[in-house]
Write a protein that binds this ligand. Structure first.
Ligand SMILES: NC(=O)c1ccc[n+]([C@@H]2O[C@H](COP(=O)([O-])OP(=O)(O)OC[C@H]3O[C@@H](n4cnc5c(N)ncnc54)[C@H](OP(=O)(O)O)[C@@H]3O)[C@@H](O)[C@H]2O)c1
Length: 289
């Protein structure tokens, strides 16, 4: 199931311009996020790179400015594992890209398990803070980076923080399933506002995401990295959803390989999506109707 065409390399391009638009990309100092920010900057967008390591963010922003000649690329400190650090800026495109992948058990500043805390709750909260600004900037789009691994996920409603039992793959899969459920529920709530939302599977991409895997697996992935996607190729579907004209009809959809795709049945469960929304609000102490 995981080994399908989404792991193999593929080309895509578009001439769409983003002059006068503002985009925020989380986790933009490296990997898929950096390539996404780079591409949006080439298209003329003002890009805000929300990264937890400000020095790396500045370095990446300078690299992008030097290459693209677009000086409207800004580095911002943003730690999704600390809700107090989350920024507030007007945006037309919000790319919820940052993620931790199969790390050992760890908690965020707010006491959430790291995968659900960063990959889901951190972006849920960031999106909540950005909501009025996105609506007033409409038409606007939100892109949530999920993964095909969501198909292995199960939402543990009674133990979202994996305190009773923890497995890094399960915790990652749960967070990526949460990304798809969040996308669907948010899409319904945004109907008629001019803001649309998409979940994306970038495919299998060779990035630093393997940093927590064991050394042997890392070596094997490195050896065969030419088979899987480069970070630039991994950014294609994200960029496709962010810029393709007329995609509003796909609001709430799941995309891979620069087109609509099918998420698993658990990810289409409306009751689970509603319940996860409520639970997320309770955990974050926010009211988001
Ligand atoms: N690579 C793949 O094959 C693949 C497949 C499916 C889905 N994805 C998804 O694609 C997204 C990007 O992953 P990637 O492959 O580009 O991995 P990556 O190279 O490891 O990049 C992850 C990014 O997320 C940032 N991040 C982690 N924790 C954060 C926090 N608390 N606050 C703010 N930023 C944080 C990292 O910042 P630091 O550099 O400071 O750690 C880094 O910029 C993730 O959501 C991942 O789940 C990847």
């Amino acid at each position: 199931m995981l080994f399908n065409r989404s792991m193999f390399r593929k080309k895509w391009s578009s001439d769409e311009r983003l002059d006068e638009k503002t985009a925020i990309v989380t986790g933009a100092n490296t990997g898929i996020g950096k390539e996404t920010a780079w591409d949006l900057a080439k298209r003329g967008a003002r890009v805000i790179m929300g990264c937890r390591n400000i020095n790396e963010a500045i370095e990446a922003a300078n690299e992008i400015i030097k290459d693209t000649g677009n000086t409207a690329v800004v580095a911002c400190q943003l730690d999704l594992a600390d809700t107090k650090s989350i920024l507030e800026t007007p945006v037309h495109i919000l790319i919820n890209n940052a993620g931790v992948v199969m790390c050992p058990y760890e908690k965020t500043t707010d006491g959430f398990e790291m995968h659900i805390g960063v990959n889901h709750l951190g972006h849920f909260f960031l999106t909540f803070l950005m909501m009025d600004l996105l609506k007033s900037s409409a038409p606007a789009r939100i892109i949530n980076i999920s993964s095909i691994v969501h198909k292995m996920g199960k939402i543990q409603f009674l133990d979202l923080n994996s305190e009773k039992s923890y497995h890094p793959v399960k915790a990652y899969a749960q967070s990526k399933l949460a990304n798809v459920l969040f996308t669907q529920e948010l899409a319904k709530r945004l109907e008629g506002t001019g803001v649309t939302v998409y979940a994306v599977d970038p495919g299998m991409v060779y990035t630093d995401a393997i940093r927590h895997m064991n050394t042997l697996i890392q070596k094997i992935i490195k050896k065969y990295s030419f088979l899987v996607r480069t970070p630039a190729e991994g950014a294609y579907t994200t960029i496709y959803c962010a810029i393709t004209p007329g995609l509003e009809h796909g609001n709430g959809g799941y995309y891979s390989d620069c087109g609509p795709s099918t998420c698993c049945r658990a990810a289409r469960d409306e009751e689970s999506a509603k319940l996860l929304w409520k639970l997320s609000c309770n955990m974050l102490g926010i009211r988001w109707r």
